[in-house]
Write a protein that binds this ligand. Sequence first.
Ligand code: PBG
Length: 315
Amino acid sequence: MSAYPATRLRRLRRTPGLRGLVRETHLHLDDFVMPLFVAPEPLPNPELPGLARHSLETLVPEVEELVRLGVGSVILFGIPEEKDEEATGAWEDDGIVQRALRELRPRFPELVLLTDVCLCEYTSHGHCGVVRDGEVANDESLDLLVRTAVSHVEAGADVVAPSDMMDGRVGAIREALPETPILAYSAKYASAFYGPFREAADSAPAFGDRRGYQMDPANVREALRECELDLAEGADAVMVKPALPYLDVIRAVRDRFDAPVGAYNVSGEYAMVKAAAAAGHLEERAAALESLAAIKRAGADLVISYWTKELAGWL
Ligand code: PBG
């Protein structure tokens, strides 16, 4: 590269048209997945609209609106009527997510329906697996996770996304569901940024924390091992979660693997910007677009984001 004054990088920044011509990263609605919470009763969330709860009745018009706006994919989370030790609400045939799928599937044949496969919203203790002697029992949890995934597919899910972080869960689900795409939450960190989700889903652990199964935020090589194992077990795509504090992990995963890479722009990332905007510290739309472009630039192919609905209006 020749130096200044022959080279002047500002020449291509002068107008919106020039900047558009040389832009390296673009946001397409096709790459975004809108999370939706389904519960027995609706619970609006005016400060964090992406984290509102829908009932089966309010879910359908919400999805109608999303589809009208051009959103092509949603991921469902359920809040059951009752929670128990065996997470019955996660895998029973008439669980809240299964019922939601049966409402949505025939009405929106082209919409991609993803489901989060985990037990934490359904267990009385809030852990992502079954608890035996005060510990989350890995292998015993696999059976319930598989039942959950199978019941979602029977009810109409297109893609299952296991987020529990038990070892071997992708392989176990793959064996039961040879035809179903699995988006594995492979590098899911024990993060402080899940707070608003746990309020919306009522899934904070009643004792202890999730560090015995979710990843240590300090590690990136381990994230590559998680992705490698999940792909070997039959995952179709891997995911890094959260997104913004882990852009280096997204990049490392992108560089190492050719499988599609997802990123989950989590509730705390969304809530921080909303709160800062409400306090007048920054402009939400600009901050959100910048954040989402950064996640794509880091190498994510698909992004789960609570901004998906708003993004549809902005694009
Ligand atoms: C569930 C699950 C969680 C999130 C997605 N799936 C919560 C957790 O692990 O505590 C968090 C998403 C967010 O914060 O937006 N197992």
